[in-house]
Design a protein around this ligand. Structure first.
Ligand SMILES: [Zn+2]
Length: 327
């Protein structure tokens, strides 16, 4: 069971060493066996308070502990999508399969220097990292390859996150204990990918240390909503605007399809809302292929030139049709 030493002392990581000392003294007095008695609970509590203070009153141990706590928290929240940031004490099994950090292991049962030394060298797994990638509907249909530039934070390999080497500040990480670097990943996003799909890049999370396993990188795919496309099963639905004269005379419209440019033939006397089915131009999945269904929408162009307006006027004068005879 992992312990939150801050919770035990009723302080936060932002409290000063004086505040931690005051909190410790208050609790130590309250739970001292002379006052609280020697019941099992009281003795355990007294032991816990002393253990917490031993770590939090020592700057080196405290910074090690803070780092461990930060990673634990990070992995816990990342894997549970939980907002319960203070729930450190839940059992490791309840957290995640890939993250198995245990403070007791980290510190040893007794926190004497020998044990700390030994346990700091114990293997520690890296944590999983997630990142988001946005693709458009078209890329989702046809699949796409994306290059992702990820900022990675890893424990400094020189000082192993301890910030010091031979009692002086680690020059490799400038005493931060961590190193930030960018790494490029080329990710192949498969055709037909759905919004919210996850792609796992094994071992590309933060690095494990002392032989611990690397975390994984999860890429969450966000498919942008598109006004131009809608899908239903393997079929793709889209709208093509045409002018009134194109509707009357017919035309050919070029649109982008999954495998290149598609030539759509709009027949003469096409009505608004008329549908055209392009067979086998939809999404390909599991050896099946859908259709593309086009809805024609007649649009009146704005900002007509004077010449165009004259032609419309002429058309109005000479027109013989009566489309309202049934009203
Ligand atoms: Zn370092």
């Amino acid at each position: 069971m992992s312990k939150d030493y801050y919770k035990i002392l009723g302080v936060t990581e932002f409290d000063s060493s004086d505040e931690i000392k005051i909190a410790y003294r208050k609790l130590a007095r309250k739970f001292h066996p002379d006052i609280a008695g020697d019941s099992k609970e009281a003795v355990l509590r007294f032991k816990e308070i002393n253990e917490a203070y031993e770590i939090l009153s020592n700057q080196v141990k405290k910074s090690e502990y803070d780092r461990a706590r930060k990673f634990y928290n990070y992995a816990y929240n990342n894997n549970n999508n939980s907002k319960k940031t203070d729930n450190y004490t839940s059992s490791p099994q309840a957290n995640t399969k890939s993250f198995s950090f245990n403070w007791d292991e980290f510190w040893g049962k007794k926190t004497n220097n020998q044990d700390i030394k030994k346990n700091v060298k114990a293997p520690k797994d890296g944590v999983n990292v997630t990142t988001d990638v946005e693709i458009n509907a078209f890329e989702a249909f046809s699949g796409v390859t994306k290059v992702i530039n990820m900022l990675q934070t890893n424990i400094c390999p020189k000082c192993q996150g301890k910030k010091f080497v031979n009692n002086s500040t680690c020059v490799h990480c400038n005493g931060k204990g961590e190193l930030n670097s960018y790494k490029k990943f080329t990710v192949k996003i498969p055709a037909g990918v759905k919004n919210g799909a996850k792609i796992r890049l094994a071992g590309e999370g933060t690095k494990g240390i002392n032989g611990g396993k690397n975390g994984d990188l999860y890429i969450i795919i966000h498919v942008q909503e598109s006004k131009n496309y809608r899908t239903e099963g393997l079929n793709i639905y889209r709208t093509i605007p045409i002018t009134p004269f194109e509707a009357v005379l017919g035309t050919n419209v070029k649109i982008s399809g999954l495998d290149g440019v598609l030539n759509v033939k709009i027949g003469a006397n096409t009505q608004n809302g008329q549908k055209i089915r392009l067979a086998n131009c939809g999404i390909v999945q599991n050896n099946k292929i859908g259709d593309m269904i086009i809805t024609v929408e007649i649009k009146i162009p704005k900002n007509l030139t004077e010449e165009e307006l004259l032609l419309y006027k002429k058309l109005a004068e000479i027109s013989t049709c009566n489309i309202r005879n049934e009203i």
